[in-house]
Design a protein around this ligand. Structure first.
Ligand SMILES: Cc1ncc(COP(=O)(O)O)c(C=O)c1O
Length: 320
């Protein structure tokens, strides 16, 4: 069905391993599963600590999975620049000592993008090079790494963003828009061990892999730089949405770099429940301060969102 629909399949002969510069890959159900399986695979002999950004998905939004699955302590690091971790941030918290009271860092986990923010490639390289020199593997939560490639205007390929890591999890849902699925990539030995880490397997993998393939080819793009996919247009829409907000006097909490806009509701004195209510009246379901845009968000939705902005920033009165 897929090949008849668009014949893109034949354009993109690249395998997940070609695209990411790793030897082996494993299909999993979700981003959380990808991170947890990868981290479990890295950590085999306690004691250990995992060092990550204090806002990292693995720390905040994976139900304490790192400690539950591995028994590791997680060390949250606050980036001094307020945006992304640097090697200096890592050095300020990493535990290298042999002191039996301490918990040695046996894994660094980075996230790119994190809250829609990009870690510059050079900084990731500095961190990874230092970690490897010190015998510490580095995992990348790359659920949204596609966005980083696209947003940096194809200067560096997906493989350049991913091949330096010992393991990477990438999501096919979220920005790419597939209904389900993520993958872990790494060396053959790593992926072989990951397959066994929590047991089980997927017999119906094709049903998940086919829409994932469409999502990668059409939304990220058939080239390795994300130049030919729809995600580029999504990022333009995100900038448009951010401009609609700021032109009306709103402020953003974080720079708009990829697929998210963080609304500074406090600065505008807006209660999130009020925003949700007005959104509901316009048929736009809003959660908190974070707007995440994907390639199916239409102009009509943006018009509705503009009306929500008008009301909550008090440019017009609400519809009853
Ligand atoms: C950076 C990041 N990692 C992991 C996940 C988890 O993915 P899932 O919801 O598929 O478990 C998310 C979800 O939004 C995410 O943004």
């Amino acid at each position: 069905m897929y090949t008849r629909r668009r014949n893109i399949y034949s354009l993109s002969a690249a395998t997940p391993t070609d695209r990411t510069g790793h030897k082996s890959a494993l299909l999993v159900m979700s981003g959380t599963m990808g991170n947890q399986v990868a981290i479990r695979t890295h950590l085999t002999q306690a004691p250990y600590s995992v060092l990550c950004d204090h806002r990292a998905h693995i720390l905040i939004s994976e139900a304490g999975g790192v400690s539950a699955w591995t028994g590791a302590t997680t060390i949250p690091v606050i980036p001094a620049n307020g945006l992304y971790l640097t090697l200096e941030d890592i050095l300020s918290r990493v535990v290298l000592s042999n002191n039996i009271h301490h918990c040695p860092t046996k894994l660094v986990s980075l996230e790119n993008t994190l809250h829609g923010l990009i870690i510059p490639l050079d900084e990731m390289r500095r961190i990874v090079d230092w970690a490897h020199e010190n015998g510490i593997p580095v995992h990348l939560d790359g659920a949204r790494v596609w966005d980083a490639v696209v947003a940096t205007s194809g200067r560096h390929s997906l493989a350049e963003h991913t091949s330096m890591f010992d393991s990477v999890s990438l999501c096919f849902s979220k920005g790419l828009g597939a209904p389900i699925g993520s993958m872990i990539v790494g060396s053959k030995g790593f992926i072989d061990r990951a397959r066994w880490s929590i047991g089980g397997g997927i017999r119906q993998a094709g049903v998940i892999a086919a829409p994932a393939r469409v999502a990668v080819d059409e939304v990220f793009g058939v080239d390795s730089y994300g130049m030919m996919g729809r995600m580029r247009g999504t990022h333009q829409r995100v900038r448009r949405i951010a401009a609609l907000w700021t032109e009306r006097g709103g402020r953003v909490l974080l720079p708009v770099q990829t697929g998210m806009v963080w609304l500074h509701l406090d600065a505008a004195g807006i209660d999130p429940s009020f925003m949700r209510e007005i959104g509901g009246r316009e048929g736009v379901r809003l959660s908190e301060r974070r707007l995440v845009v994907h390639h199916q968000i239409s102009d009509a939705t943006i018009q509705r969102l503009t009306r929500v902005f008008d009301v909550i920033l008090k440019k017009t009165t609400p519809k009853l």
